[in-house]
Design a protein around this ligand. Structure first.
Ligand SMILES: C[S@@+](CC[C@H](N)C(=O)[O-])C[C@H]1O[C@@H](n2cnc3c(N)ncnc32)[C@H](O)[C@@H]1O
Length: 311
């Protein structure tokens, strides 16, 4: 796909109905030859809308008005490009725990959680948050994670977690204001509920920090998994990570994770981690596939806001 087509695809499949502000911006960039040419000077993995918009917000630029955004982007391109080259989209969305919970709660307890591509590790606390699946509520903590779930018998209990560890190329620290500023800049402009959720989840992580290890999800996974305590079910999981990993390394990761004891939960786009015989997705919006040990179970939306369980 061309860069322009990528921006249109992102606008239509991820932003439409979710962030009108970014949808406008992404469509404006897709028609802007000058900005497209500048994006084309960046490495292919560094051109995405989420990275561009997050960096502009981090640098204090405007995102509400496409013309003002363009003016800022053109005037400040060297600084923007420098940040885009060294940063990656590391959105850490605790809301994705609402998608993981039905699977986690059904596994033999207690659990030893190991998240690859953990960012700041906010998805490592599924036992501390509360959940609302329509009228059904689970847990009493904060934040409360809402998920519109279809075809699912919602879980009645929280998992018991005795160990939590994360692996990331660039782990973020929720006690470091610079890291929190980047996580905040990655939250889409209208999403004040997600910004509040980020703050609440960050408080939980800061009070009881997970073991976060800098490393690669292929090369460094076995050594970290070996540190999990005996007597707990090891669960290796990842959400919205493998799109950042080259195809050959994704295949290598699947080979490594299948060799480990315990269970493997993935929540990734089907273009990234394909399965045979998937049902039609609920809409043209981008959906992830939730899977346990390579068996697909449900469609889920990107921030954990909804899921459709397969029949
Ligand atoms: C979009 S974030 C998702 C974070 C978290 N899983 C969530 O759902 O909130 C993707 C994360 O994967 C990490 N990542 C990308 N490639 C990786 C690799 N090869 N090994 C470890 N982490 C990686 C990035 O640094 C980033 O923090």
């Amino acid at each position: 796909m061309t860069i322009a087509a990528d921006y249109v695809d992102f606008a239509v499949r991820e932003l439409r109905g979710v962030s009108p502000t970014y949808e406008r911006l992404a469509l404006a960039v897709s028609r802007d030859d000058e900005l497209l040419a500048r994006l084309g000077e960046l490495p292919p993995g560094k051109r995405q809308p989420n990275l561009l918009f997050g960096v502009v917000r981090l640098l204090g630029g405007p995102v509400d008005d496409p013309a003002a955004f363009r003016g800022f982007a053109v005037a400040n391109w060297p600084a923007i490009a420098a940040e885009m080259r060294v940063r990656a989209t590391q959105t850490n969305e605790a809301g994705r725990c609402a998608v993981l919970l039905p699977v986690l709660a059904a596994l033999p307890q207690p659990l030893a959680l190991l998240e690859v591509g953990a960012s700041a590790g906010l998805c490592l606390y599924p036992d501390r948050y509360a959940y609302r699946y329509g009228d059904h509520r689970v847990g009493s903590g904060t934040p409360v994670l809402d998920c519109a779930a279809t075809g699912l018998m919602p879980p009645t209990r929280l998992p018991r977690v005795v160990w939590r560890a994360g692996l990331d190329l660039n782990p973020l620290d929720v006690t470091d204001p610079a890291d929190v500023a980047w996580l905040d800049a990655l939250v889409w402009p209208e999403h004040s509920h997600r910004r509040e959720r980020l703050r609440a989840a960050a408080r939980i992580a800061a009070a009881d920090p997970p073991l976060l290890v800098r490393g690669d999800l292929v090369d460094d996974l076995p050594a970290l998994a070996a540190r999990a305590p005996a007597g707990a079910t090891l669960v290796v999981f990842h959400t919205s990570v493998l799109y950042q990993v080259p195809r050959a390394r994704r295949d290598a990761f699947v080979d490594v994770v299948r060799e480990l004891p315990g269970h493997w939960i993935s929540n990734e786009a089907p273009e990234v981690l394909p399965y045979d015989g998937l049902p039609e997705p609920p809409s043209e919006a981008l959906h992830n596939v939730l899977a346990l040990d390579g068996r697909p179970l449900a469609w889920s939306r990107g921030h954990g806001q909804s899921m459709v369980w397969f029949g």
